[in-house]
Design a protein around this ligand. Structure first.
Ligand code: F6P
Length: 340
């Protein structure tokens, strides 16, 4: 097994569940690769047993370590993966990862025939094919707790608080935390925002005698073209856009256009840290069990998914190159009226 991409609460719970079922029911011997594909390349492994997994259910992060990057980044990367798997005598590889890692897993299976099963993870909840990813409800709870706290200080000072949450391409965390935290406005990447409209709404609200407003903004939110200048985008060495800062530009504009005192809170990686919610522990455990079952069913090229209340398997190809965006009905019916 390996964990790839950004970490996420619940990763250890997946590992633990797969090991428990694998060892107890199937008599499997499991190992973990350290630091994702780097560990596959360098053959850095650790034994995963019921003993070594003890106490990991509530622990955030991943005991295997994680990295971005892929074996396709180097000319001999795929051969190294094949060699590691055959030298170590592996029957299967379980890849627990987000959009990037699952795409790599899919390619290794479809183009190179490797026996791989995927487990979708991300706090962003943006993987196509599954109704939910673990880590998401934990991030929403952390953001909601923060918003709850911000209400009282914002009201005391009659301020506008602009709270930036994670969500590179989608506004799932912003939408759910915005609804749960009673935000005045929620800005998400799926719907370009108009800063004039936002300011007018804040003014209307304050004219009605409301003190303080909370604006929740996903880090990937974009203004309608020509309405607000954002900082130039920067990219990490894997080509992922590095975000963080849109809230500052929005807060400056609100202050300029309305005169309201504004403050910015950027929650950042605190949303990815710490113990998973009970819901995420259950989902992770179900995914871990389903992943080891999928290995024994030789469901290569599949990932485990949540569909309604059921755990099923789905082709990895369903997730590749796609982003599961926020449910517009939910946003329009429930999140957007808070603008009023
Ligand atoms: O994809 C998950 C995520 O947490 C995004 O919401 C965020 O933009 C990104 O990872 C941050 O990545 P890094 O850990 O590389 O800063």
């Amino acid at each position: 097994m390996l964990t790839g991409g950004g970490d996420c609460p619940g990763l250890n719970a997946v590992l633990r569940a797969a090991v428990r079922k694998g060892e107890r029911v199937y008599g499997d011997e499991l190992i973990g690769f350290l630091d994702a594909w780097d560990g596959v390349r360098d053959r850095r492994t650790t034994p995963l047993t019921i003993e070594t997994m003890r106490g990991l259910l509530p622990r955030g992060g991943t005991v295997l370590g994680t990295r971005r990057g892929s074996p396709f980044d180097t000319p001999d990367g795929v051969d190294q993966v094949k060699r590691s798997m055959s030298d170590l005598g592996l029957d299967a590889l379980i890849v627990i990862g987000g959009n990037g890692s699952l795409s790599v897993a899919c390619k290794l299976h479809t183009e190179h025939g490797l026996p791989i099963v995927g487990v979708p993870k991300t706090i962003d909840n943006d993987i196509e094919g599954t109704d939910l990813t673990f880590g998401f409800t934990t991030a929403v709870q952390i953001a909601t707790d923060a918003i709850d706290r911000l209400h009282t200080t914002a009201e005391s000072h009659d301020r506008v608080m602009v709270v930036e949450v994670m969500g590179r391409h989608t506004g799932w965390i912003a939408t759910h935390a915005g609804i749960a935290g009673g935000a005045t406005a929620v800005l998400i990447p799926e719907i370009p925002f108009n800063i004039e409209e936002l300011c007018a709404r804040l003014v209307r609200r304050h004219d009605r005698g409301r003190y303080a407003s909370i604006v929740v903004v996903a880090e990937g939110a974009e203004p309608e073209s020509g309405t607000l200048e954002l900082d130039a985008k920067t990219y990490d060495r894997f080509g992922h856009v590095v975000l963080g800062g849109v809230a500052t530009r929005i807060a400056e504009a609100i202050n300029r256009q309305t005169g309201f005192e504004t403050r910015v809170v950027q929650l950042g990686h605190v949303q990815r840290g710490g113990t998973p919610t009970a819901f995420d522990r259950v989902l992770s455990t179900r995914f871990g069990v389903a992943a080891i079952d999928a290995v024994h069913a030789e469901a290569w090229g599949k990932m485990v998914v949540l569909r309604g209340e059921r755990i099923e398997t789905e082709d990895l190809t369903v997730a590749v190159g796609k982003t599961r965006t926020v449910d517009r009905e939910l946003f329009d019916e429930v999140a957007s009226p808070f603008f009023a």
